[in-house]
Design a protein around this ligand. Sequence first.
Ligand SMILES: NC(=O)C1=CN([C@@H]2O[C@H](COP(=O)(O)OP(=O)(O)OC[C@H]3O[C@@H](n4cnc5c(N)ncnc54)[C@H](O)[C@@H]3O)[C@@H](O)[C@H]2O)C=CC1
Ligand SMILES: O=C(O)C1=N[C@H](C(=O)O)C[C@H](O)C1
Length: 269
Amino acid sequence: MTQLPGITITGASGRMGQMLVKGITAHTGARLVGCIERPGHAWIGKDIGLCMGGAALGVTVTDDPLEAFAVSQAVIDFTAPAATVEFAALAAQARAVHVVGTTGLEPQHHRKLDLAAHHAVIIQAGNMSLGVNLLTRLTQKVAAALDADWDIEIIEAHHRMKVDAPSGTALMLGEAAAAGRGIDLATAKQSGRDGITGARKRGDIGFSAIRGGDIVGEHDVLFAADGERIVLRHLATDRSIFVRGALKAALWGQSQKPGRYDMMDVLGI
Ligand SMILES: NC(=O)C1=CN([C@@H]2O[C@H](COP(=O)(O)OP(=O)(O)OC[C@H]3O[C@@H](n4cnc5c(N)ncnc54)[C@H](O)[C@@H]3O)[C@@H](O)[C@H]2O)C=CC1
Ligand SMILES: O=C(O)C1=N[C@H](C(=O)O)C[C@H](O)C1
C-alpha cells in the first residue's frame, strides 16, 4: 500500500503552526511526520500533541530541519523570512515540496527562493485562502477596466502581534492592481502617509495598515473616483482558511516539476 504524503511543519508552536498540526492530523490524505521549532524553544524534545495540550501524536519537536525534511514529501512553513530561506535550501536538498506562507519577504529572500526552486517545488503566497486569491484576480480585472481617475487604496487590518506591514496580502493585491493598470508597483507604491504629505499623486497605489486585538485579517481594495467608489473586501474570521489552502498546495505540489508557483496556480484561477 502507498503511504500518504508525509508533511513537516516549521514554526510548529506558532499561531499558524498549531492550526496546521491540527489540520494535518484531521486530514485523510496526509501524515504529520515532523515539527520544527527554533533552537532553545521550550517544546524541543517533546511530543507536539502533548505540548498543544492534547493527546500524544508520536511526533517530537526538533530544531534539526534537515533530519525531518529527509523523511518528508512536503514542508509547510509559516515562520519568518530569515528562517524561510534556510528552510528553502534544505527542503530543496531533500526534494520536498516547500509551501511558504511566511510574509515580509524582501527581494533578497525571493532570490534565494528562486535558487532553491531550481531543484524543488516552491509554492509561495502572501495569502493561502481561496477567497483572497479570487479577490486578487478581481482586483486585477477592475484595475484594468478603470483609468487613473480612479485612485486605488488598499486598507488592511490585523492582530496586535503581526510584525510586518503592509501585509503580504495587501502587497499581493497591490501587485494585482498594478498589473491590471500595466505599471510596476514599485513606481506607484505609497505607504504610511504622515504629516504634510501634499495632495495625492495621480496613479499612486496607497497602503494603510491597522493593528489591534485578535483581528485575523481584513483587506479592502478601494477604487475612489469623483462621485463614486467601489470597495472589494475580504474578511478572514478563522485561520483554518489558510490551513486548507496550505494543505491543498502541499498535495498539489507532489505532481509538479521543480519551480516557483503561487496559490493561483494551485487553485487554477
Ligand atoms: N500566507 C498566508 O496565508 C498566511 C501567512 N501568515 C504569515 O505566517 C507567518 C507566521 O505567522 P504566525 O503563525 O501568526 O506567527 P507566530 O509568531 O505565531 O509563529 C511563528 C513561529 O515560527 C517560529 N520560528 C521563527 N523562526 C524560526 C526558526 N529559525 N526555526 C524554527 N521556527 C522558527 C517561531 O518560534 C514561532 O513559533 C507570518 O509571516 C504571517 O504573516 C499567517 C497567516 C496566513
Ligand atoms: O500575520 C497574519 O496573521 C496574516 N498574514 C498574512 C498577510 O500578511 O497577509 C495573511 C493573513 O492576512 C494573516
